[in-house]
Design a protein around this ligand. Structure first.
Ligand SMILES: [Cu+2]
Length: 554
């Protein structure tokens, strides 16, 4: 008996420490029949809620950029949500950066050759020679100096995926100032929507300011395979041309004969470059007299100087660019800033066939930031034109609350009259475009009346930020009387404080804790279980020690 004493003692302690919830069902039933039912185990205490500091929902507009205004003779429409484009940039895009006053050009931040407008070739009162210059910028990449990301651009609180974008040519630094790594206001996702007129003689020069080769492919827009001088013009390295190497430039030419909502993107290693953000809307507007177009729409969104054809039928026009991002791809530029290592990581180590999508953006932002700048604000009886592109890797099921819209064009081509129908979900395959007519007539079919009506991808991963909801591409159709003077909608549901913290999207905040702290707060650790498991672990160790001791004595 003395010989087996240590064994037995350890086994008895282990059995006593064994957590009752780990007993097999049959043992638990037997024990209950012998000793009666066990009492409920007490629940662990609720942890006190962490003190969070939410961001300001609706940043102020000290420069009055939201207001309707007349700049250099260009009428700029009011932009009602909290955050609006720089109206001087809009004016420069309408008149041409070579034609605006020096003061406007300075306030626009653009270079004098960013968008040059030349002669009126058809004599109808607007310029038809358009020369657009694009550069390539990296956002949230890695810095050779320290661990922080450069140039920083958040799609939602605390979420800064690495991205590449085409950008108009700006003067000066990419960051706000010498102390900040934040991207300057106009440097952002998505690449700008480009607008030209049917029949314009358009040159788009890609000045490759990036460390990778890139091209420009005009998806759906009428362009020749080669330029007038015989250079490749389709942007495809395998078939039409050598890509534009870092520090070089090349010009693409087109005179589009057909109007419609088209698309442009880089075609170098397209499975990664396009998904990094090198893509934008390319709109060909119908030819009209005095059609001064807003050649670029930074961040897409409201077109503040719409075309004549849009004014004929619609009260407003919005560009809606949907795009999803794969964190495993975008973080590759955050580990290295040696082009050889980025190329290896992106083109050899990364495997898109194993990819998942993590972030879902509308006009370069995810919820809740979408509510700062991508609301559709209108009033009863308006009809609004939406030009939508899905630039993501997966399809989207775009759904509107409170309204049914009409798909008037698909991939830029008008649909035949007999196929026009109202719907509240439209499917967009990757790279597909639809033009939607959204009517605000309150007849129970087109619209159900005033309010704040969300619109979003109805596939449920699209309304999350890496699996945390609400997030993703949720925005809203807001009637004017549901909008505060500062541009924030008068929502009447839960507080948005959690959504405006990075902690919420880092999975650190119990979703309902502020409403029912005891019931739905953060559960503390079960210390009894921990102590029992610790004793079990010690017993196992002791048993092993006893066993080895016995073996050594033999
Ligand atoms: Cu590229």
């Amino acid at each position: 008996m003395r010989k087996h004493g240590p064994w037995l003692l350890i086994v008895v302690i282990a059995l006593l420490a064994w957590p009752p919830q780990f007993y097999p069902e049959s043992v638990r039933l037997t024990l209950t029949s012998w000793f009666g039912a066990d009492s409920y185990r007490p629940l662990p205490a609720t942890k006190p809620a962490a003190q969070l500091s939410p961001e300001v929902y609706c940043p102020p507009d000290p420069s009055g950029w939201r207001d309707a205004q007349l700049i250099d003779g260009v009428e700029i429409a009011e932009s009602k949500p909290c955050v609006a484009d720089n109206p001087y940039t809009v004016a420069a895009f309408v008149k041409g950066t070579n034609n605006v006053s020096e003061a406007t050009l300075l306030a626009s931040g653009l270079t004098a050759d960013a968008v040059e407008k030349g002669r009126d070739l058809d004599g109808d009162g607007d310029p038809d020679e358009i020369h657009i210059r694009l550069e390539v910028a990296e956002l949230n990449g890695s810095s050779p100096i320290d661990k922080s990301k450069v140039t920083r651009y958040a799609i939602a609180p605390g979420i800064e995926p690495g991205m590449w974008v085409f950008t108009p040519k700006f003067v000066g630094m990419a960051v706000e100032n010498f102390e900040s790594q934040q991207a300057r206001f106009s440097l952002r996702l998505p690449s700008p929507a480009i607008r030209v007129e049917q029949g314009d003689v358009v040159t788009v020069t890609l000045e490759n300011s990036h460390y990778m080769p890139h091209t420009l492919h005009l998806h759906g827009a009428d362009h020749g395979f080669v330029t007038a001088s015989g250079q490749g013009n389709d942007g495809v390295p395998t078939t039409s041309e050598m890509p534009v190497m870092p520090g070089n430039a090349r010009s693409y030419e087109l005179t589009p004969r057909v109007a419609g909502t088209m698309y442009y993107h880089c075609h170098v290693q397209a499975h990664v470059h396009v998904m990094m953000g090198l893509q934008g809307l390319f709109v060909v507007e119908e030819n009209r007299p005095n059609n001064w177009l807003q050649t670029m729409n930074i961040g897409a969104g409201l077109v503040r100087a719409p075309s004549q054809a849009t004014r004929e039928k619609f009260s407003q026009e919005y560009d809606l660019h949907y795009m999803d991002l794969d964190q495993q791809l975008s973080e590759r530029i955050q580990h290295d800033n040696d082009p050889r290592l980025v190329t290896q990581s992106m083109h050899r180590d990364y495997d898109i066939t194993d990819a998942t999508t993590d972030y879902f953006t509308l006009n370069g932002r995810s919820f809740p930031y979408t509510f700062r700048e991508s609301l559709i604000v209108a009033d009863t009886d308006e009809t609004v034109r939406l030009r939508v592109v899905n630039g993501g890797a997966k399809g989207i099921a775009l759904h509107t609350h409170g309204h049914k819209f009409m798909v008037t064009h698909r991939d830029g081509v008008p649909l035949p009259e007999q196929s026009l129908a109202l719907q509240d979900v439209v499917w967009l395959a990757t790279a597909q475009r639809v033009d939607l007519a959204l009517s605000f007539v309150n007849d129970g079919l087109h619209a159900y009346g005033r309010g704040i009506w969300p619109f979003h991808d109805h596939q449920n991963n699209g309304v999350t930020n890496d699996g945390i909801g609400p997030g993703g591409n949720i925005s809203a159709i807001v009637y004017e009387d549901y909008l505060r003077a500062d541009g924030w909608p008068k929502t009447q549901g839960v507080s948005w404080d959690n959504y405006f913290t990075a902690e919420y999207y880092r999975r650190e905040v119990p979703v309902w804790s502020s409403y029912a702290p005891g019931l739905l707060g953060e559960a503390g650790k079960d210390w009894r279980l921990f102590v029992r498991l610790l004793i079990l672990a010690l017993c196992s160790g002791a048993l092993l020690a006893v066993a080895f001791g016995a073996l050594r004595r033999r």
